[in-house]
Design a protein around this ligand. Structure first.
Ligand code: ADP
Length: 318
C-alpha cells in the first residue's frame, strides 16, 4: 500500500516585524490510508502550524509535501482547489470557524454550494440533512443558529461541514480540547466511527497524550518545532525513549491508587526560545539527563527499531 501523505524535511518560519520565528524544523513522516496519526506536544511547539502547512494554508519554507503520490508543495491556490475537497480541517473552536449568521443547515451545505457538488439546491440540502444524521445532529436543529447550541453540537456541525466534500484526509486541530470530558468522549467516538465507515485518514493534533492513547495508530511527539519521537501508539506507551515523551506519559493521571503514589515527574528548567534557538537539543535546558554534547550538537532523528524514530543523544549514543 502507498502512503496517502509523505512529509519530507518540512521547515517553516513566520516573518514578523520582530524578526523570523522558526516554527517547524525538518519534519518528516508518512501517513497510510485509513490511519490515525496523533501529533502531540506542548502549546506553541508547532502542531497547528504543521497541520495548516500540510493543507497548504501556509507555504512551507522548505521540504516536500506529497499527497497521494503527487508533490503538492508548490501548487498555487487554483491548482490546490480540486484537492481542497479531499483535504479538510476540523478546528478546536467551531464557534470561531462558523459564521454565527448562518443556520446549521446553511453552514453544513456551504462548501457544497461553493464546489457545486450537486446540480440542484434540493440535492445539496438533502445531502446536508444526511450529513446531520451521520454526525448525530437531530434534524430539529437544521434551522438553529450556532449560539443556540452547546459546544458538542457545534463541533458536530464542524465535522459535518468537513465531511460534506467527501474528504480522504482530515486534520483535526485539538477538536475536543474546548469540550467537557463527557462530550469529549462522544466526539472522539463519532470521529472513530466515521473513520471506519468512510476509511478516513486523520492527523489529530493534541497537547494531551491521554486523549489519543487508545485511538491512534501512530504518535509523533513534537518539541519546539522539531519531531523528537515517532512510533506506533502501543510501542510509544510501552517503550518511550525520549526523556520528554517519558515525562508526558508520567503526567497522565492514573485511576489506580498504587500507580498514583509514584507521583509526577516534573519537567524543570526554561523552555528555549523559538525565536533564537540555541545549538544542540531543544529540550536540553529541561532534560535531567543533559550531557555536554546535548548543548552542542543537534541530535539526529534515528530509526532505533522498525517504525520507531527518536532524536536524542542519550538513546542514539548508546
Ligand atoms: P501549537 O499548535 O503547538 O500550539 P503553533 O503552531 O500555534 O503551536 O505555533 C508555533 C509557533 O509559531 C509559536 O511560537 C507561535 O507563537 C508561532 N506562531 C504561530 N502563528 C504565528 C503567526 N501567524 N505569526 C508569527 N508566529 C506565529
Amino acid at each position: 500500500m502507498k502512503p496517502l501523505l509523505e512529509i519530507t524535511d518540512v521547515c517553516l518560519s513566520y516573518h514578523s516585524l520582530s524578526g523570523e520565528t522558526p516554527a517547524l524544523s525538518h519534519i518528516s513522516f508518512q501517513l497510510m490510508p485509513g490511519e490515525f496519526l496523533a501529533i502531540v506536544g506542548p502549546s506553541g511547539c508547532g502542531k497547528s502550524t504543521l497541520g495548516r502547512t500540510i493543507l497548504k494554508l501556509i507555504e512551507p519554507t522548505a521540504g516536500h509535501i506529497i499527497y497521494d503520490g503527487k508533490d503538492i508543495t508548490s501548487l498555487n491556490i487554483r491548482k490546490m482547489r480540486p484537492l481542497r475537497r479531499e483535504m479538510q480541517i476540523i478546528f478546536q473552536d467551531p464557534y470561531s470557524s462558523i459564521d454565527p449568521r448562518k443556520s446549521v443547515i446553511e453552514t453544513i451545505s456551504e462548501y457544497m454550494f461553493i464546489h457545486k457538488s450537486y446540480p440542484t439546491r434540493r440535492e445539496i440540502m438533502n445531502r446536508a440533512v444526511e450529513l446531520m444524521d451521520m454526525v448525530g445532529l437531530a434534524r430539529r436543529y437544521a434551522d438553529a443558529y450556532p449560539h443556540e447550541l452547546d459546544g458538542g453540537r457545534r463541533q458536530r456541525i464542524g465535522i459535518a461541514r468537513a465531511l460534506s466534500l467527501q474528504p480522504r484526509f482530515i486534520v483535526c486541530d485539538e477538536p475536543v480540547s474546548a469540550l467537557d470530558m463527557s462530550i469529549q468522549a462522544q466526539i472522539l467516538n463519532l470521529l472513530m466511527d466515521l473513520q471506519d465507515e468512510l476509511n478516513l485518514s486523520y492527523m489529530f493534533v493534541t497537547h494531551d497524550l491521554s486523549v489519543v492513547k487508545h485511538i491512534s495508530d501512530q504518535i509523533m511527539v513534537m518539541y519546539l518545532g522539531t519531531c523528537i519521537e515517532f512510533a506506533s501508539s502501543d510501542e510509544l506507551f510501552q517503550k518511550p525513549l525520549h526523556p520528554y515523551t517519558k515525562a508526558l506519559l508520567a503526567a497522565i493521571p492514573e485511576p489506580d491508587l498504587e500507580s498514583r503514589k509514584k507521583g509526577f515527574q516534573l519537567i524543570r528548567g526554561e523552555v528555549s526560545s523559538p525565536i533564537d534557538p540555541k545549538p544542540g537539543c531543544r529540550f536540553a535546558g529541561r532534560c535531567e539527563h543533559c550531557m555536554a554534547q546535548c548543548l552542542e550538537k543537534t541530535p539526529e532523528y534515528v530509526e532505533t527499531e522498525p517504525g520507531h524514530f527518536v532524536a536524542c543523544h542519550l538513546v542514539n549514543g548508546r
